[in-house]
Design a protein around this ligand. Sequence first.
Ligand code: BES
Ligand code: ZN
Ligand code: ZN
Length: 494
Amino acid sequence: MKFTISAKPLKQIANQTLVLFSFSDAETPEEKQVNREFDGLVAKLKKTKDFTGKLGSACVAYPAARLKRLLLVGLGKKNEFNLAAFQKAIDTAAKKLKNLPDEKVSVLLPSGLPKLDRVAAAAALSQTFLLSAYEFNDYKSQANEHTQITEVELLTTQKTVSAKIKDSLLAAEVIGRSVVFARNLGNHPGNAATPALLARHALNLAKENKALKVKVLGRKQVRKERMNALLAVAAGSEQEPKFIILEYRPRAKGKTVVLIGKGITFDSGGLSIKPAEKMEEMKFDMAGAATVMAIVQAAAALKLPVNLIGLVPATENLPSGRAMKPGDIVKSRSGKTIEIISTDAEGRMVLADALDYAKSYQPDLVIDFATLTGAIVVALGDELIGAFTNRQALLPKLERAAELTGEKVWPMPLEPEYKELIKSDFADLRNIAAVRYGDAINAALFLQHFVSFPWIHLDIAGVAWATREKPYRPKGATGTGVRLMIEFLKNLKI
Ligand code: BES
Ligand code: ZN
Ligand code: ZN
């Protein structure tokens, strides 16, 4: 899908599909123009109630003259309008266009929107179009039979197109594509998305952008790094574990942010095996890894002025004769020993070694992304990311980014009273708490043992996988966290 923007006058639009967004109770300048140009068509359709302008509604009209068709898309009431409403309207347009024959369409960029200037509107349009049109068909022998939009031309009623608006469009597209990258990785089944495949994708990113350096450590080097917690999780698998390092360092003296992504390419639970029902969904247990790779890629493409390191401990978690066992004790990279009580609490183990590795970068901030606990899904559902931090001052910044992107976060506590629950009788720590309640918090407290820097832990277990369709988010991997983090990093002053 290609996006362009032009200041072509409406008179020059011929023989194609034109999309117009319209409020139910107000007229945008663009709507006025269309009315002028096409004999009051929109006004007539509103009068006859063929088109109401309600959010989620759309109507195809045929203005006879030179235009093939006009797609009217409702924006709802003007005083209820916001970014989320606009995204919903764009999604309605994208879905409608799938059932119309044209692959190239023109969209009138609305102006005079409450809370959204043209620059923001252009960005929302391109990004939401991309994400709404997203489908994952890699394993279907026959692609779905509907129109694939190849080109979207935005039309602005301004005299010229500003550089600012062009940049904004481009940036939104870059971010949209990196979300698609994360979704694709998450949607590949476990037999394809192995640790080796994650590594290959990371190496490809470095080939596409010279500002990115990628290193992949195999089992031998992981052993050399004393990442025994990662090795313990990997012990039951035939697949070699990989520790993937992505480095984007535009500023020798600038701030350094390390991102860590849980990369369990399939989580069977190991010997503490999970129930069979829904086990197939555990191919998404590498969503954190996909998110981190996508963020680093996008940050480099956007040339963000922050040094960014991505760390991905990647392995499967499977039972076998060589697998780690409940009761086993391993010495993590930090030197702290971990008693494995449940082999299904593997995420916190691989993250423990990655957090310790992060120390070597003397980071100003470390953020981990992990589908870490079922408990966070119970607590917050599929709409909210659980956010834990040892620097409360970072939260408002994260919340601001959440507001701007619609990728919501909810603050969670690192409750000190629970700390003793993960003390082990035989080692320094046990990998699950002595009581099963509040596991999202217990898991975060476990991670905190390996942290000696400002840190945010994002438990994305609820948001990373969609079991119901929503606007601009089909079922499956969602890529949630990418847009949030780019927005956060853009404005970051640590
Ligand atoms: N990958 C899972 C967490 C998960 C569960 C994500 C459900 C999404 C949906 C993690 O490795 C895990 O298995 N956690 C256990 C921890 C338990 C053994 C303390 C869990 O949440 O059940
Ligand atoms: Zn698990
Ligand atoms: Zn897991």
